[in-house]
Design a protein around this ligand. Structure first.
Ligand code: GLU
Length: 425
């Protein structure tokens, strides 16, 4: 139907379709006002920009960039910027929607946004990446800012990218504005604990879920971690430190497996020296696909979206999944997992640790007063554990899985705010 969400420019990416379906189901379950539900299926504002870059060989290449602000009822937009060759407006919109839900769920005074550029950052030199980031920042400068929308790092971007973004925005305004982005290096207003925050949150959720499932955090509990980057490596280290045996980890070069457990710090050291897990000698090789199907108690998918789908969901043997990545389990696969009795802690809860410490970073930047790392880690833990139990209580009350419960809980808070604020004009 013209005007329906299925007919809109946003409705093409699989993740976006899954998110809309989840919103519909959760709204029905929680009795959300249909007008609010309709508004939450669409972003408030999308900015599409062309980003011309002079490449090292003198040629000019024009990249396509996006910044989608999904909902700002609770506060300024918040969410990462992704550099990846498969980024689309539809995918960025899905991720912005998930950011709205994440911030609402943890109780942060922030809305949801996301940005991205269709580019393979691994093919760019440092100079090209810097030029790309600075021009993109200028193109979106009128819609971002500490009180409007605060970007952060995501897949394919890092602290250096955020430093260039902060510098470009500050040059434009004439003074240092650290609060315009989070995930910055500590020396220019970043927060202690931000780098490890997402991985820590994934494990806090796994730990709480394990208590419910009566899975002990001991060496008898085997764990597989899909993705060994900013999120997966930290999650692997944290869960190993709790006493579990991490038998497999993987990255783009493939996976490694050791039935007796991997020494995660040694693997991290290998990656920092060699760039990837490729060639690691103290384990057997295993494919990324096989890793997901290992006979383990806990699986932490911390790489990209949709790695668990209709075709492999029935072969997943883990009892507990904590979603470090955004959307690693498709909508269809999730129904299969739930039917098979797998407990899935959804992304909007499991990986909300990152945006939680981003919120702390923004607050510290605005106050120009910085906190100790222990204090940050403790505040993170208490917010994530509280959110976990609120979602679990909602799941019990609505008799549904954790994914629908998380969405319902997030939307109940948004519904209150949106109805109180009313519709303008
Ligand atoms: N990119 C991260 C996410 O998807 C962090 C966003 C942020 O810190 O604003 O949650």
């Amino acid at each position: 139907m013209p005007g329906s969400i299925q007919d809109s420019v946003y409705y093409s990416d699989g993740l976006f379709k899954s998110v809309v379906q989840l919103i519909d189901e959760s709204c029905k379950l929680a009795g959300i006002d249909p007008n609010v539900a309709d508004r939450l299926k669409r972003p408030k504002r999308s900015t599409i920009v062309s980003v011309p870059v002079r490449m090292d060989d003198g040629s000019i290449y024009v990249f396509e960039g996006y910044r989608v602000q999904h909902n700002m009822s609770l506060g300024p937009g918040k969410g990462g910027i992704r550099y990846h060759q498969d980024v689309t407006l539809s995918e960025v919109t899905a991720l912005a929607t998930l950011m709205t839900m994440k911030c609402s769920l943890v109780g942060l005074p922030l809305g949801g946004a996301k940005g991205g550029i269709r580019v393979n950052p691994n093919l760019l030199s440092r100079a090209e990446k810097q030029a790309l980031t600075r021009r993109y920042t200028i193109e979106i400068a009128n819609v971002i800012g500490p009180d409007r929308d605060i970007p952060a790092s995501d897949v394919g971007t890092d602290g250096q990218t955020m430093a260039w973004l902060m510098d470009t925005f500050s040059q434009l305004k004439g003074f240092a504005i650290p609060g315009v982005v989070t995930g910055k290096p500590i020396d220019i207003g970043g927060s202690l604990g931000r780098e490890d925050a997402t991985g820590r949150g994934v494990v806090h959720c796994a730990e709480e879920a394990a208590k419910i499932l009566k899975i002990p955090m001991s060496s008898n509990t085997k764990v597989a971690v899909h993705g060994f980057g900013k999120v997966g490596a930290v999650a692997a280290r944290e869960i190993a430190d709790l006493g579990c045996t991490v038998v497999a980890v993987s990255d783009v070069s493939g996976g490694i497996y050791n039935a007796n457990g991997l020494d995660i710090r040694d693997c991290m050291q290998w990656v920092s020296t060699n760039g990837s897990l490729e060639g690691y000698t103290k384990a057997e090789k295993i494919s990324n696909e096989a890793l997901l199907e290992l006979d383990v108690e806990i699986l932490l998918p911390c790489a990209m979206e949709h790695v668990i789908h209709e075709k492999n969901a029935d072969r997943i043997r883990a009892k507990l999944i904590s979603e470090g990545a955004n959307g690693p389990v498709t909508h269809e696969a999730h129904s299969i997992l739930v039917k098979n009795g797998v407990f899935v802690v959804p992304d909007v809860l499991a990986n909300a640790g990152g945006v939680t410490v981003s919120y702390f970073e923004w607050v510290q930047d605005i106050q120009s007063f910085f906190w100790h790392e222990d204090e940050i880690n403790e505040k993170l833990r208490s917010l994530i554990v509280k959110a976990f139990h609120e979602v679990h209580d909602t799941a019990v009350r609505l008799k549904c899985d954790m994914r629908k419960a998380a969405m319902a809980k997030a939307m109940l808070r948004l519904e209150k705010a949106m109805l109180l604020r009313g519709l303008f004009p």
